[in-house]
Design a protein around this ligand. Sequence first.
Ligand code: SF4
Length: 274
Amino acid sequence: MIYLCAISNIRSGACREDCKFCTQSVKWGADIKRFKEKSIETIVNEAKLAKKNKAFGFCLVTSGKGLDDKTLEYVSRAAKAVLKEVDIKIIACNGTASKEALKELKKAGVSIYNHNLETSKEFYPNICSTHSWDERFETCENVKSVGLRLCSGGIFGLGESEKDRESLLKSLKKLNPVGIPLNFFIENEKLPIKATHNKQMALKIIKLFRENFKSSIIMIAGGREIVFGKDFTQGLKFGANAIVIGDYLTTKGEKVDKDIEILKKEGFKVANEC
Ligand code: SF4
């Protein structure tokens, strides 16, 4: 069974953090669409489309360091509006979050919180200087402690070593997330790093994560087209069992119909819920 997940970037750009892999940081001046708030009507329509496309989950993503009061109010309002009209799991991805804020999101109907550890604790200072890896880990612990389901994974091809990937894996083992997104860095001329991944490396990573997380959903997320081209089902054969459909945060994804057609042709069944 393959799980499909759709993401909606409901606040884009203007982040003051300096993550070297992210076009949403103001520091790098990348040419992306920037907006403060997507309208609730647009979000609900996107969720309806995601449901029509058989997505089990709809992820509300905001740029910025974390879940401050304003973001919390907006995401809660969006989650409630979607749930009123669409039967879909709401995932929230809003950065660093306190237990109190996460409890509020849960009350608004959010089921899953996504906060990626991104890479190893050791390598993290090479890709971000404005916040710490420990802070990320703490948010993940907060998610679990308030009874939300945790989705946490990483991004690869930033120049990290195999040892770093193993270290990330060990840290994720402590958290045992229900979902693990594996992102592959998408280069942008304004970003200060170049991608160091390739298809073989991506397949090895997927295999490694599947071997270590037998019952988690392993999702091929951002960068799928870059490492696999149209051949993403190879990643599924190596153990991933979920993909992100539609567009990513700031880059275009594949047409959903095409993805579903490929899945069917290769004999994969799409799950309705998780
Ligand atoms: S905190 Fe999030 S939105 Fe901001 S630069 Fe880092 S990854 Fe991008």
